[in-house]
Design a protein around this ligand. Structure first.
Ligand code: GUN
Length: 298
């Protein structure tokens, strides 16, 4: 392997230490940050993500509650649940795990969350603030990626970043952050999607290639330059009959050949995934401070 391994576990451990310090300060002022996660239905992958979020919260001293609702719940009932959490002063962060069942309008649900408690940074108000370069909370996965780049001192200013995927969760907010005129940004950004022509040629122009399309091993070695930094956001389940579970988790990058060519790469698991959760913890603390008018001293 030629590429430097960008260790998301290590970077997230540092970030979680910083969050823990802030939690301790809040608690000594009588404030316990509290995150409520809503899980609708029984998608096994979503259940794993939600469990990880709860476990990390507890480790950092953040109070966490998971509300599990049946897949058949009506949109109205879900909205009522959110409305109650919006009004509850002990709740600082609300996260509705996506995807939601077909009969529920996700946009309507996201817009119902009080923007001050929107720790996913999905609400139009928070997305707008981010776009204007005045963010309140940060989108967890893109912000986690910026933290990895910062930690390894990977320059973004003046670099060409090619993002594969235009989702509201990763691609669009990632482009939005990196294009800002601010520290750890100032990049030239290309967003590649299903209608893009000459995907390979564009990828070969990337100083930093961020893959977030949800297709196992989509990025092959012939699409990556030798001096490129590759960030793999994918979490894909692929069949693996010789493993105890019968499946394994792989990214959007064909890891072995690409890691033999690129300059640096994030592994899956252990790359971007742990960063997303750490950023969620930071957002919960930021929201708790904001909602309680907590003022930092010293
Ligand atoms: N589903 C996949 N990623 C995410 C995420 O970051 N937040 C939420 N709420 N749901 C998701």
């Amino acid at each position: 392997m030629k590429a430097l391994l960008l260790d998301g576990k290590e970077v997230s451990a540092r970030l979680k230490e910083k969050v823990t310090v802030q939690v301790t300060r809040l608690k000594s002022s009588g404030i316990t940050p509290r995150l409520v996660v809503i899980l609708v239905g029984d998608d096994p992958a979503s259940a794993v993500y939600v469990r990880n979020k709860a476990r990390t919260s507890e480790k950092l001293g953040i109070q966490s509650e998971t509300i599990t609702l049946k897949a058949t719940i009506s949109e109205k009932e879900l909205l009522a649940c959110i409305s109650k959490l919006n009004r509850d002063d002990t709740v600082h962060g609300i996260l509705v795990q996506l995807p939601l069942p077909q009969h529920i309008n996700s946009e309507k649900i996201i817009e119902a969350i009080l923007p001050d408690k929107d720790v996913d940074c999905f609400h139009p108000r928070n997305v707008g603030l981010l776009m204007l370069g005045k963010p309140y909370l940060l989108p967890c996965t893109p912000a986690g990626i910026v933290e990895i780049l910062k930690y390894y001192k990977i320059e973004t200013s003046g670099k060409h970043v090619v993002i594969l995927g235009r989702s509201n969760i990763v691609g669009k907010p990632m482009a939005n952050m990196l294009v800002q005129k601010s520290a750890h940004a100032n990049a030239t950004v290309t967003v590649v999607h299903s209608r893009t022509k000459n995907i390979k040629a564009l990828c070969l122009q990337a100083d930093i290639l961020i893959a977030a399309i949800g297709k196992a091993a989509f990025v092959t070695a012939d699409m990556v330059r030798e001096d490129a930094v590759v960030i793999d956001v994918g979490i894909n389940r692929v069949e693996a009959p010789d493993t105890p579970r019968g499946y394994k988790i792989v990214g959007d990058v064909d890891f072995i050949p690409v890691s033999g060519k690129a300059a640096a790469i994030t592994p899956v698991p252990g790359g971007v995934g742990p960063m997303t959760i750490a950023m969620l913890m930071q957002n919960t603390v930021t929201a708790a401070k904001h909602l309680t008018n907590f003022i930092e001293h010293g």
